[in-house]
Design a protein around this ligand. Sequence first.
Ligand code: BG6
Length: 493
Amino acid sequence: MNTPHQLHPVFPDDFLWGGALAANQCEGAWDEDGKGPSVADVTRHKPDVDPRDYRAGHAITLADIQAALEWTDSKGPYAKRRGNDFYHRYQEDLDLMAQMGFKTLRVSIQWSRLFPTGEETEPNAAGVRFYHELFRAMRERNIQPLVTLHHYEQPLATVFNHRGWYDRAMVDLFMRFAEVCFREYGEAVKLWLTFNEVDSIFRHPFTTAGLLAEHFEGMNMEEVCYQALHHQLLASARATRLLHELVPDARMGCMLTKLLHYPLTAHPEDQLTAQRTNRDNEMAADVHVHGEYPRWVERDWVRKGLHVEVADADRVELAAGTVDFLSFSYYMSLVSAHDEGERERVSGNLSSGVKNPYLEVNEWNWQIDPEGLRYSLVSLYDKYRLPLFIVENGVGIRETPDADRSIRDEARIDYFRRHIRAMGLAIDDGVELMGYTPWGCIDLVSMSTCEMSKRYGFVYVDADDEGNGTYHRTPKQSFDWYRHVIATNGREL
Ligand code: BG6
């Protein structure tokens, strides 16, 4: 009989336990060794914005970018420029991850470190060298890299030279970057992802695709987003095919933000509203997995009068570049209703929905729902029949060390315990799950709010939102807990 914190052996022996980081939020060194400025480097923390719904705070204008470029102080609100200083401290961080027993680490490669403006024909040698050293250091510790090519980062110059991914020329620029990555790192990296949360273009077009509203005045922004998304999907399919050609033993995955929407009630209209929202959420995954747009999308374009340029040859490429596995982030669930009335709303990942009375929220108003993870795993696997990989999951918490410098993060342990249990139950339900990389395994800068205070890590980083602090690393209570989970292959939680 299992105790409440034990699971029967359900995780496969080769299950990839690990953690996840994104270069734009952890590396720092934003202008070192030839790196160019990226879209992430001009986004800033806005302490006056209500953290429980940060969507307005995340929006960016031309004036914001100009102000950012004039900001030269290394301290201040542009926290992604500093990250958690992983660029200089990755050896120490990898030691900590090896101590936890990580089998894998998800990282991303900054396009702007290899191609500072995106237009160069040859990559920046110092940038190429950095990732070689990083992957070598991972290999020395038996940590397998899982690498995202595009994680909310691209050269800032592409925003102005091309109006971001709206311009089809971006596909070629991206392919130049992808090809360098596959040729340089293909021997060390066998698991790749093309675009992080590719579906998020509709929620935050600037960070996802370099789309600045002022560049599209008088145009329909939904049409602009669809066109840019089409270019990303095309680039993703092309990169997948190229990877298969150049590195035949490597696998490519797509990456979806899993935003599960429950219907508010059994009212058929609520059911339909939730179904439509979930369908929207999974649209990009459909293209990656099935190699074609779902019929409803193109009908929607016609119905709404949207003109999205999709050449016949593009359709052939989409069909030829389908992915090998499906990865996703999962933090919370939301609720949809056909008539919300005055109901309270909650947010999450720059999205929002009606509040679910059965769930608690964290300080950023993200609902905590482990059963929703099980639900998502089962429904994604039933729909796509591809191996799944949870490449982000976790809970943001404000933390200050105790007098003895320890951080007792029971709430995080509880969150992970319940989510890992849900994963085990989903595996019992028949789901094929490759691995699990909790988000921000070492505290890093928040994507949406650009603050350090929203901490996700098993390791505390001594830095505040403005860049004060020693950046010293301290394992939290969850560090030992997660080490034990990995050591028992998920049997003891
Ligand atoms: C995911 C992103 O959406 O959520 C990460 O891929 C991000 O980049 C994570 O950091 C958590 O969101 P936030 O806004 O709390 O950092």
